[in-house]
Design a binder for this molecule. Structure first.
Ligand code: E4P
Length: 216
């Protein structure tokens, strides 16, 4: 399973990269806006210097032609840029065209298996089902993920399943058990994945016993 950072914060991306846990990055307009008054293209370029895997740059229009214009512009930022478009009529049309031009597209804001099937047929390289946002409204994000993986496996679609809107380690572990290709998560969830109080307690005890024994 690949781990993507769901952030546009350079420090967090550097920290995850140092841990060997940043196979890619997914940004969105909200995450970019949290970074203040940065220049979008320059910021994506900075991220691409830290991470060699796919870095999603999201289009910011409901209009297909504007999506195409932005996508064609953003893809020139770095060879690992992936264009992110919403799962709308215009987004699917843009996906088909960009895919035919050889550009990788991450189709985002996916909330149903039917949407995921359409995205794969349109030529999406990645599909991003939003697990946490479904859970937030009392639905079941993991069940959606399971449905998408099952459907894609039946037809051997090449679209990678990118579990998104992950809120906690259980989302990540269950997604891994199902065989999701990628999990994208905030740095906080990465931290929660490997930090364990019993590891810290055990290590503190080992160091204390070593010191007590008088060894250097
Ligand atoms: C994915 O690409 C999105 O940026 C992200 O996972 C959305 O997560 P949120 O629901 O926590 O905003």
């Amino acid at each position: 399973m690949k781990f993507f950072l769901d952030t546009a914060n350079l420090d967090e991306i550097r920290q995850a990269a140092a841990l060997g846990l940043a196979d890619g990055v997914t940004t969105n307009p909200t995450l970019i806006s949290k970074e203040g008054n940065v220049d979008f293209k320059e910021h994506i370029a900075e991220i691409c210097k830290i991470v060699s895997g796919p870095v999603s740059a999201e289009t910011t229009s409901d209009d297909r032609d504007v999506m195409l214009k932005q996508g064609r512009e953003y893809v020139k930022i770095a060879p690992n840029v992936v264009i992110k478009v919403p799962l709308t009529t215009a987004g699917l049309e843009a996906t088909r065209i960009l895919n035919e031009e050889g550009t990788k597209v991450n189709v985002t804001l996916c909330f149903s298996a039917a949407q995921a099937l359409c995205a794969a047929k349109a030529g999406a390289s990645f599909i991003s089902p939003f697990l946490g946002r479904l859970d937030d409204i009392g639905d079941n994000g993991l069940r959606l993920l399971e449905e998408i993986i099952e459907i894609y496996d039946q037809y051997e679609f090449q679209t990678e399943v990118l579990a998104a809107s992950l809120r906690h380690p259980i989302h990540v572990i269950e997604a891994a058990r199902m065989g999701a290709d990628i999990a994208t998560m905030p740095f906080k969830v990465i931290d929660q994945l490997f930090n364990h109080p019993l590891t810290d307690k055990g290590q503190a005890q080992f160091l204390a016993d070593w010191a007590k024994s008088g060894r250097k």
